[in-house]
Design a protein around this ligand. Structure first.
Ligand code: PLP
Length: 392
């Protein structure tokens, strides 16, 4: 069997060894309940407090503004449902973008059925939010603006600071789904005027099933889980201590290695982009060339079916994605690729390759060689391609 080449780090990442090592004692030695009053419980409580402080520090926030959740989807759900609940008196209008993750879009569908009005702001051909449209969409009854920090499919990084300024100017709460960005690029909640922010451990070499929500002090937000007093009574249930220790360790590590890692990833990313553009005709890079995550590469290849491409890459031990993992399995083209203006048939032939800290140049050379071969083969079987060549 060929060695695995993992280029799907936007779907999930490998948990770092040092993160696992930090978690292990909390399974079998320091396993007390943080709410218990004896010293075994106090040890767990201390670990939870430390993780909360670490994470708050990375964002320029205070530790009592960090709430642990079960991941990005829960944080996103919490923001929308609880804000809707708490601010309903002010209005029932919410603004978001067309290219959000389904955790946001499907929560919007739910709220729309409950009588909320949602405005979806367009993005340009590179996937950058249209700021003038955003400002025009704000009304006296707008209670929330939510725009993702970086897109999970095409990697575009949004003008978050400008969006935060617009929200602040109109006194509207601003939430950002930073699941793809947190731990990968620097974020400061005050500098960017962010009122709420979602993040998830498994997207930055932490464990799965743990995330957090930053909620600025003073924002009215309802409890998401009722029960005990955990998370200041807003998200009850015995803390996921091992997960919390893991996400804390992963955050500490991510910010420690960020600068060096980004430098290396950007170099590899741009190498991969250049290689594909040089060696494969009729392709298009999706997303902004510069304002993009250091590890994201997304291409559309004409006359190729994305699903077939994935299957053939898998046979060579290469893990990639056609879009978001949640969207695969459905035949509808990605809503993100449609939002940047790609026609259906081109959106269908798209491939996302997301690098990780262990990705090497040699692996990328292997992947490019495989892509050249597979795409030639798929095109040779396409009647559309034959037709296209004849007309050239
Ligand atoms: C992965 C992802 C989520 C969901 O996070 P989970 O922790 O898997 O629930 C939400 N938003 C974005 C942008 C993501 O990439």
């Amino acid at each position: 069997m060929k060695p695995l080449i993992y280029l799907d780090n936007a779907a999930t990442t490998k948990t770092a060894k040092e993160v696992v090592d930090a978690m292990l004692p909390y399974f079998t030695e320091d396993y007390g309940n943080p709410s218990s009053l004896y010293s075994l419980g106090a040890k767990s409580k201390e670990a939870v407090t430390k993780a909360r402080e670490t994470i708050a520090g990375t964002l320029g926030a205070q530790s009592n503004e960090i709430y642990f959740t079960a991941g990005g989807s829960e944080s996103d759900n919490w923001v929308f449902k609880a804000t809707a609940d708490a601010y309903e008196q002010k209005g029932k209008h919410i603004i978001t973008s067309r290219i959000e993750h389904h955790a946001i879009l499907h929560t919007c569908d739910y709220l729309a059925k409950k009588g909320f009005e949602i405005t979806y702001i367009d993005v340009d051909e590179n996937g950058i939010l249209k700021l003038d449209e955003l400002e025009k969409a704000i009304r006296p009854d707008t209670i929330l603006i939510s725009v993702m920090f970086a897109n999970n499919e095409i990697g575009t990084i949004q003008p978050i600071k400008e969006i935060g300024e617009i929200a602040r100017k109109h006194s509207v709460l601003f939430h950002t789904d930073a699941v793809q960005a947190y731990g990968h690029v620097p974020i400061n909640v005050d500098e960017y005027n962010i009122d709420m922010l979602s993040a998830s451990g498994h997207k930055f070499n932490g464990p799965k099933g743990i995330g957090f929500l930053y909620i600025r002090k003073g924002v009215k937000i309802r409890s998401f889980v009722h029960g005990g007093q955990q998370e200041r009574g807003r998200r009850a249930g015995t803390e996921n201590v091992t997960g919390i220790v893991g996400i804390g360790a992963a955050a500490e590590r991510a910010f420690r290695v960020m600068e060096e890692r980004n430098k290396r990833e950007i170099e590899l990313r741009d190498y991969l982009i250049a290689q594909i553009e040089e060696k494969i005709p009729y392709c298009r890079l999706n997303g902004d060339r510069v304002k993009r995550l250091p590890n994201n590469v997304n291409f559309s290849f004409r006359f190729v079916e994305g699903e077939s491409l994935l299957i053939m890459l898998d046979m060579e031990g290469i893990c990639a994605s056609t879009g978001s993992a949640c969207a695969s399995g459905s035949l509808d083209p990605s809503h993100v690729l449609l939002a940047i203006g790609l026609p259906h048939e081109i959106a269908h032939g798209s491939l996302r390759l997301t690098l990780g800290e262990e990705t090497t140049k040699e692996e990328l050379d292997t992947v490019v060689a495989a892509l050249v071969r597979i795409i030639e083969r798929l095109r040779s079987m396409s009647p559309l391609y034959e037709d296209f060549l004849r007309k050239q």
